[in-house]
Design a protein around this ligand. Sequence first.
Ligand code: PYC
Length: 428
Amino acid sequence: MGRPGFGRRYGERPVRYSAAGLVSRGLTHRDWTPMWRRHDLKPRYDVVIIGGGVHGLAAAYYLAANHGISNVAVLDKGYIGGGGSGRNTAILRSNYLTPEGVRFYERSMELYRGLAADLNFNVMFARRGHLTLAHNDGSLRTMRWRAEVNKLQGVDSDVIGPDEIKRLVPYLDVSAQARYPVLGALYHPPGGIIRHDAVVWGYARGAAALGVHLHQNTEVTGIDVAGGQVRGVRTSQGDIATRTVLNATAGWSTLISDMAGVALPIQTFPLQAAVTEPVRPFLGTVIVSGTLHVYVSQTDRGELVFGASVDPFTSYSMRGSLEFIEGLAGHVLELMPSLTKVRVLRQWAGLCDMTPDFSPVMGRTPVDGFLTDVGWGTYGFKAGPVSGEAMAECIATGRTPDIIAAFGLGRFADGTLVGEKGAAAVGH
Ligand code: PYC
């Protein structure tokens, strides 16, 4: 797909980042130019994207970069990347359970691998290898199933035993005395972590350079629909006329879709996470234990990032709880008893929009001009690039790309669900 090139046709040329530029600015103390600038809300846009997270920004970027559509507004009621995109644990993988899921997340991995070069922005992708531990025969069976589906789609995944797991993660307790002994693991070498803020900023900068307007602190208060067609969006900063609206929100996806009269089979649950003080690098892989409801990775700075399953109740709360951190600490120590002295620095929560089959709701809806890219459950961040690419294509061409054909809203009426629960990092 041809790229129009930053700023050549649509926007302003951003500074090209390079090592030489860094040194020169260090020596001259010249300020960096802002990554995007503020615009007044225009009365009309070709496309309005609701949600300034990785999904909305990626869709805006690919609309401009791949299809030359740059009269686009991205609206966020808070700040860019302040929702799920800034609250996830930044794990990337494509070792899903269904062929549709594996293909989709693998395309995202491919885009993620090339993203730094594409956006000229260091998104700090680190290929670490990803281990999903099996503590019982049922989990081991699911891991084998996933490994076979993955291999058939060309994705590198295999089931390995405790000796190899120990070799990869020497600090993990794989002894038979553990409360939940490790019987094996699904090993996915291409999995890894990335800097989630950088992904968001990179897409925002890239989209803005191509002419997209980013409107922060702009809350959507209504969507006008007449004769089955979107006509406009009402916001806290004024009204916009448009015939195309993409709902790319997480947490509030049902509230936004309700404004257009499109009911979604989604319930929203908080998911809590935590980070420790930095410690010497000792954990080279991402580790997930569904049975213990925990996943952990170590950042390049040395912090341990932990996450859990979603809280067992629906809520829009984004606060951490003492029960969570107590439970998490116990489970982490069952896996790695030597971490007793590591101190937790911070905990937080994000919102997960869960669908009945753990797959997203993407594409067109019964309201013309109203599209959704929602229902991401605990998988949203991984899917940002491919979702943006596919939704941009869907908007630009009016056709549903094959890669998202299985994820349409109609599947809940047709009974053609895409069951992805078995690929969840942790039990729900
Ligand atoms: O599915 O890998 C995953 C995941 C990690 C954190 C939340 N979901």
